[in-house]
Design a protein around this ligand. Structure first.
Ligand code: ITT
Length: 186
């Protein structure tokens, strides 16, 4: 089976991506993978991560840079989503608190995937988005990150109340991966 290095340290991403894609084994980068994510956009940070994993392995690499963009907060936490507060629960608490009087609760999850060839050149970069709103309370135990407070447009439950299978049909990560899979099929 073809192997692609997934340029991440987040085990939830590995799990979701391996559940979505058949026929490719996504493997973690070696110890020492610690890219400096100092880009200003999801696109830049995705490229930084992919390049670092390729530098360490010389293999085909795929990076996922993702986050939650909230309209009321002018797009924050955005690329800072992983660093918004020290723990996942504190990030949720902080966001619910800053949004407590917000009428406009529109938000979107963004995922930018970058695929590099063995030579480190960009093969393709794809953005996936999943639109919805921030709930007033947290609900559900599935998924990770901000899933317990995000309601996808057209749904009544939070993303953390959806099954893994349902999330993986509609998520920003699934949308980006569709583009990557289309590219690999060609
Ligand atoms: P790597 O950089 O090692 O890939 P990370 O978790 O730090 O791992 P990001 O910089 O891309 O990755 O930050 C993404 C953050 O955005 C993640 O930690 C979550 O807080 C949030 N996030 C991304 N996708 C999500 C999803 O599907 N559900 C809930 N939260 C998500």
């Amino acid at each position: 089976m073809e192997q692609i290095v997934l340029a991440t340290s987040n085990p939830h991403k590995v799990e979701e991506i391996n559940a979505i894609v058949d026929g490719i084994e996504f493997i973690l980068p070696p110890a020492g993978f610690d890219p400096i994510e100092n880009g200003k956009t999801f696109e830049e940070n995705s490229l930084i991560k992919a390049k670092e994993a390729n530098r360490l392995t010389g293999k085909i690499t795929l990076a996922d840079d993702s986050g939650l963009c909230v309209e009321y907060l002018d797009g924050e936490p955005g690329i800072h989503s992983a660093r918004y507060a020290p723990s996942a629960q504190e990030r949720i608490d902080k966001l619910l608190n800053v949004m407590k009087d917000a009428k406009n609760r529109k938000a979107k999850f963004v995922c930018v995937m970058t695929l590099l060839g063995t030579d480190g050149k960009v093969l393709t970069q794809v953005r996936g988005e999943c639109h919805g709103k921030i709930d007033v309370l947290q609900k559900g135990k599935n998924g990770f990150g901000y899933d317990p407070i995000f309601i996808v447009d057209g749904y009544n439950q939070t993303m953390a109340e959806l099954s893994e299978e349902e999330k993986n049909k509609i998520s920003h990560r699934a949308m980006a991966l569709n583009g990557i899979i289309e590219f690999l099929k060609k």
